[in-house]
Design a protein around this ligand. Structure first.
Ligand code: TRP
Length: 461
């Protein structure tokens, strides 16, 4: 038998770790970018609806699976279902390899941007050549170094365990992240572009929302809340029985959404404040976070010497608490299912991820045959292909199966009891019935719509 299950040492432990998992590159890089492309307002509203109507109920379902069984995804599905359902957990572990394989590479870029900004803050800003970022991407050894530094840092924390590693890291990193974010928000409030930002974000105009934007909003809700691959099952399994799942999930969803919106406020306001920049941003994906912003920090903002480095500390910390959660799913699988020690599991898990990372890091131009192939139209190379597979196929399928499992196979009694939603006479409360309705009908149908849309050719990555 494995040793007694580890638990978060404090109530805030789960919340900070789960929020840390949710808040990541999805909030700081992907959300501002897709919101920009979908013309703001109406897209934001649809996204908020997806988060509330699907994200929140599904997160509660994942946490309840983990907490009820006190097990990581594979044994959790097996215990409440059967061996076949265990495959859903296994799919999550596989998805973990895929996500971590490319996410660590992009996360590594934040280290580079940070070092570059520190250099500019000390020595004065020097405008990089237009080709500089492309050169950086195709510098194989540098990409490998940065991604492996990131992966190694992630592994060190996971190695230390649930409360001593993950919880401690989240307790240290998340407050700093919030402070930096708060400072940046206050700072941009006084820039001339703030009015235009609010107009863009909060004035819905549905004629400007591309039809595909609705499904993109849903797909992103899954990614940004870390749903569909068992992170919340795993983190839920370390949660004490006395805590409220609905409250924990509600807080994580709220914080994640708030931070995504604040990231937009910060980035858009800077962009809108400089004439002519808004038009040139729209064309590129990585451009906004890693190319446009650093330039504006130094050329257009007073105090940029401080904001520049701080901003990339923020990005790195947000990414780190996310990569930790993905690795933990993999490591807890080895611990629970194969009976390995945490240290052994961490080494094996990280080594396996490193293979994916290795291939991704070299697929940005460094190695021709890794960069050039195209399985999905417009997605060339390993990194884009992995991102595409994860966001478009693995997460929605994992999410759909999880929802169906909890909604239709786990008994109502177990769910209501675990959610603490039974009244004095032992009957499910109204909140429970509402939740069940969303889990049984709304969420699966919406996810199915995404999957069908993907099959018909819409891309969410
Ligand atoms: N939610 C994180 C982000 O927004 C990424 C992430 C971490 C994730 N763990 C996950 C995405 C599990 C999907 C599944 O950056």
């Amino acid at each position: 038998m494995p040793a007694k299950r580890e638990h978060w040492a404090s109530r805030i432990g789960f919340i900070l770790a789960a929020a840390g998992s949710a808040v990541g590159l999805g909030n700081l890089w992907k959300f501002p970018y897709i919101t920009w492309h979908n013309n703001g307002g109406a897209f934001v509203l649809v996204y908020l609806a997806c988060v509330a109507a699907i994200g929140l109920p599904v997160m509660m379902a994942e946490i309840l699976l983990g907490r009820r069984t006190q097990m990581s995804p594979v044994p959790a599905f097996e215990k409440l279902g059967n061996r076949g359902w265990g495959l859903v957990g296994f799919l999550g572990v596989l998805t973990g390899f895929v996500i971590l394989g490319y996410y660590s590479v992009i996360a590594g870029w934040s280290i580079k941007s940070f070092i570059e900004c520190v250099g500019w803050s000390i020595n004065g800003y020097q405008q990089p050549a237009d080709t500089a970022f492309g050169k950086f991407l195709s510098d194989g050894p540098l990409q490998l170094l940065l991604a492996f530094i990131f992966l190694f840092g992630t592994a060190l924390i996971v190695w230390r365990g649930v409360s001593k590693g993950i919880e401690q890291a989240a307790k240290f990193l998340m407050p700093i992240l919030l402070l930096i974010l708060g400072y940046l928000v206050v700072r941009v409030m006084f820039l001339p572009g703030i009015g235009q930002t609010f107009h863009f974000l909060f004035r819905p105009n549905f004629s400007e929302l591309p039809a595909a934007g609705v499904l993109e909003a849903l797909g992103h809700a899954f990614f940004t809340l870390s749903l569909g691959m068992g992170v919340m099952i795993t983190y839920g399994s370390y949660m004490h029985k006395r805590e409220s799942i609905a409250r924990g999930a509600g807080f994580v969803v709220f914080l994640d959404t708030l931070i995504a919106l604040l990231a937009c406020v910060i980035m858009y306001t800077i962009i809108f404040s400089v004439p002519g920049v808004a038009e040139s941003v729209s064309g590129s994906t990585v451009g906004m976070l890693f190319v446009t912003l650093p330039r504006l920090f130094y050329t257009e903002l007073s105090g940029g010497v401080l904001i520049g480095p701080l901003f990339y500390v923020l990005v790195a910390f947000a990414a780190l608490t996310s990569t930790i959660s993905v690795l933990e799913v993999i490591v807890s699988f080895f611990i629970d299912k194969l009976g390995f020690k945490r240290s052994t599991s961490t080494v094996i898990g990280t080594a396996a991820v490193a293979v994916c990372t290795f291939l991704s890091a070299l697929s940005l131009g460094a190695v021709g045959f890794l960069s050039g192939f195209e399985i999905f139209a417009g997605k060339s190379g390993v990194l884009s292909t992995l991102d595409h597979i994860a966001a478009n196929y693995l997460l929605p399928v994992g999410g759909l199966l999880t929802t169906l499992f909890v909604g239709w196979f786990v008994s109502r009694k177990i769910s209501a009891d675990e959610l603490g939603m039974l009244d004095e006479s032992g009957d499910p409360t109204f909140s429970f019935k509402l939740w069940l309705f969303f889990i049984r009908f709304i969420a699966p149908m919406a996810i199915l719509a995404v999957i069908i849309a993907v099959i018909l050719g819409k891309d969410f990555s």
